[in-house]
Write a protein that binds this ligand. Structure first.
Ligand SMILES: Nc1ncnc2c1ncn2[C@@H]1O[C@H](COP(=O)(O)OP(=O)(O)OP(=O)(O)O)[C@@H](O)[C@H]1O
Length: 421
């Protein structure tokens, strides 16, 4: 698929912008801070319902405006889809498909992008939450109904944590224990599905990851992925759950692991049974701490090079290559899902980070995708095969239309009122 037209209203530093795009590569060029990343961020948002730079939506709405509108005309074969998203400072965001209202979470079903950015280094070097997010975004793009499973899991997790906290504060009566059992059942049903989906995805990524890494690095460092499951007693170095200060002797983690370790951890045992057993083993500890200690929200995936964790062992260049290879592998999987065709590849400020050889190798690896959007402050950083179409960006304005832009695809004139409906 490709984006044939992008319209922005009050998005970041764009008061109003219209850009027509064709298949193939387009480079958005401009000095630092002009709005290149903002523009591609809007396309990425349609696919992931999030920004690769900020966690909330507030910063995406232009300062002084109440809402932002992103409108994209997507072309897949002979099919055209007009996606519209209204991001509101107050109240829920709204979405439309071909000018009919749809649930916002439906958008990733239609918009498929893979965004490469300097922030991707955090996939290798950052906290487990970054890696979980990478996997979950890809899962949702490939199977949009999982967005509902994920939000249900998060809701049940929050409610279970609230119950654990109140039990810790006020002592646990029999009624609360019964309620906890009910939450456990829901958590396990939803969580086991997410764990199984992530495991299947990690297995599927193995082969395209190895191929992509090799295409960038031309060396066999044996990149691989190894799931780290909290339900089997593995303790990820977690980032979003309050944990007690380490005691320095590892006693805390090992106590947790052994509590789960008493459960059946063999992969032959169904995930749901292992998850339920883990929660039983951890109950006393969870009541002490007031948080849920096992489940997909505590999992991680180890990234290995030559059998060693890339985090901590890999060089800067190797870490970068691993992150790029993961994005390329994600693109390859989306491409194989024949219903969706090629995802749009977005390379935000990536080439400035790479040496000449790796730039050329990356350009070759992405060359066959239907549409590639590249941002760069310096055009010379972008390999020549990607520079056929150039768009200049200056202070939130698209300065010139590409010289070889395709004939405009007629877009139904959705007015602002409709977009707000
Ligand atoms: N919500 C907002 N309202 C108004 N302006 C904003 C908003 N969010 C960001 N900006 C402005 O957008 C500009 C940054 O744009 P962007 O990150 O796209 O830059 P860029 O062209 O990619 O630059 P670089 O080459 O440095 O990466 C900054 O001037 C910032 O102040």
């Amino acid at each position: 698929m490709h984006v044939a037209r992008l319209s922005l209203t009050d998005f970041r530093n764009y008061e109003r912008a219209e850009l027509e795009l064709g298949p193939g590569a387009t480079v958005l060029v401009g000095r630092n801070g002009q709005g290149k990343t903002n523009l591609v961020e809007s396309i990425g948002y349609l696919a992931t319902l999030g920004s690769h730079r900020v966690s909330g939506d507030q910063a995406l709405v232009r300062a002084g405006a109440e809402s932002a509108i992103v409108r994209a005309l997507l072309v897949h074969g002979d099919r055209q889809l007009l996606l519209e998203l209204q991001l509101n400072r107050q109240g829920a965001n709204r979405a439309q498909l071909n000018r009919s209202p749809v649930k916002t979470r439906e958008l990733p079903r239609y918009a498929h992008t893979v965004l490469f950015a300097p922030e991707d280094l955090a996939i290798v070097r950052g906290e487990p939450g970054v890696r979980r997010r990478m996997l979950d975004e890809l899962l949702v793009q490939r199977s949009p109904r999982l967005a509902g499973v994920m939000s249900d899991y998060d809701r049940v997790l929050r409610q279970r944590n609230t119950l654990l906290k109140s039990a810790r504060a006020r002592g646990l009566g029999a009624d609360k224990l019964t309620t906890l059992d009910i939450w456990d059942e829901r958590l396990v049903a939803l969580g086991a599905e997410l764990i199984d989906q992530r495991l299947a995805l990690v297995a599927e990524l193995a082969e395209p990851l190895a191929a992509a890494y090799h295409s960038i690095v031309d060396a066999d460092h044996g990149p691989s992925l190894q799931p780290v499951l909290s339900i089997d007693g593995a303790v990820a170095d977690d980032d979003d759950e309050p944990r007690p200060a380490p005691r320095g002797d590892g006693a805390d983690a090992s106590a947790e692991a052994s509590a789960v370790g008493s459960a059946a951890t063999s992969p032959a045992v169904p995930t749901a049974d292992r998850f339920a057993a883990a929660l039983r083993g951890l109950r006393r500890k969870e009541l002490e701490r007031g948080v849920t200690l096992a489940g997909p929200h505590r999992d991680d995936v180890l990234l290995l090079l030559n059998g060693l964790p890339a985090k901590g062992y890999a060089s800067h260049g190797e870490s970068w290559s691993f992150a790029l290879a993961l994005r390329l592998a994600a693109a390859e999987l989306l491409r194989r899902d024949s219903a969706t065709g090629d995802p749009v590849l977005v390379l935000d400020d990536v080439f400035a980070e790479l040496d000449r050889l790796r730039r050329e190798r990356l350009a070759a690896a992405i060359g066959g995708y239907e549409q590639v959007l590249v941002t760069a402050a310096v055009l010379e950083d972008v390999p020549e095969p990607l520079t056929a179409t150039i768009v200049h960006i200056d202070a939130g304005r698209i300065v010139d239309a590409p010289a070889n832009a395709p004939a405009a695809v007629p877009v139904p004139a959705a007015d602002e009122e409709e977009a707000k409906a």
